[in-house]
Write a protein that binds this ligand. Structure first.
Ligand code: ATP
Length: 236
């Protein structure tokens, strides 16, 4: 086995006194697309926030390309090549589409992604480049959030709730774009409410239940019953 791009080793996460993650272990190889599933409150967003440096953790519990990054700030983590497409998009509503996209560039990494590449991926954003992002539909805002993450030229992208609340036609557009995003050696972690979609786009899946990994395996060998048990914590 080559050295994993990301290794999480016994990760705990807290909100004040409340513990949201309990000794989470997870390993991802370069180029993998891994789905993270689990019921509401299972800890999926917390996991992504901890990896991104938005929640503090111990340095040695998150190892990226062999380096302990657990104690780094979010901007330092981004500079290492990890990008988050957060739940709820979190765009600057009064800034234009293009201004929001350019924010991703401030990370200061070079690579294949540029405004032109993002506009090729999502042509509707080019049409709306000068519009305030608040005037876009939810789906178009999700495209901006994805584009902003790509503008940082990451090696590893985390998508939190990639399709939540979006119209089916937009979900299809975004999922159709995914192979063009991850097809170039990019590694990705996807949180998705729709389990079938999560399994269809990923090669491996982790299920979280109440802050713990309840199942890990290859999507083509895991059974629906195993997933149901791991997801809900009961017999199918
Ligand atoms: P969802 O699908 O609802 O987003 P999730 O799997 O992403 O769920 P998290 O958002 O990571 O779950 O939440 C994990 C636990 O941490 C939950 O019990 C949640 O109530 C708690 N939690 C999340 N954010 C905070 C916070 N800012 N302060 C206190 N507790 C929080």
């Amino acid at each position: 086995m080559p050295e994993p791009i990301l290794k999480i080793d016994g990760l705990n996460a807290f909100y004040g006194d409340f513990q949201a993650l309990f000794g989470v272990d997870l390993t991802i190889q370069t180029g993998e697309v891994v789905a993270i599933i689990g019921a509401n409150g299972a800890g999926k967003t917390t996991l992504m926030r901890a990896i991104s440096g938005l929640l503090p953790s111990a340095a040695s519990h998150i190892i990226y390309r062999g380096e302990n990054i657990g104690a780094l700030r979010a901007d330092q983590v981004a500079y290492h090549g990890l990008a988050l497409v957060p739940e709820g998009r979190q765009l600057f509503p009064s800034l234009s589409v293009e201004e929001n996209l350019l924010i991703g560039q401030h990370v200061g990494r070079s690579g294949p992604w540029s405004l032109d590449k993002v506009y090729t991926l999502f042509p509707v954003l080019k049409e709306r480049r000068n519009q305030a992002s608040a005037t876009l539909s939810g789906g178009q805002q999700q495209m901006v959030a994805i584009g902003r993450a790509l503008m940082a030229n990451p090696d590893f992208v985390m998508f939190d709730e990639i399709s939540l609340g979006l119209a089916p036609v937009i979900i299809k557009t975004i999922y159709d774009a995914l192979p063009r995003i991850v097809g170039q050696g990019m590694t990705a972690m996807i949180v998705e409410q729709d389990i079938s979609k999560a399994l269809a786009v990923s090669s491996r899946v982790y299920c979280l239940q109440e802050g713990r990994v309840s199942l890990e395996g290859r999507t083509n060998t895991i059974s629906r019953d195993e997933i149901t048990r791991a997801y809900f914590g009961m017999d199918a």
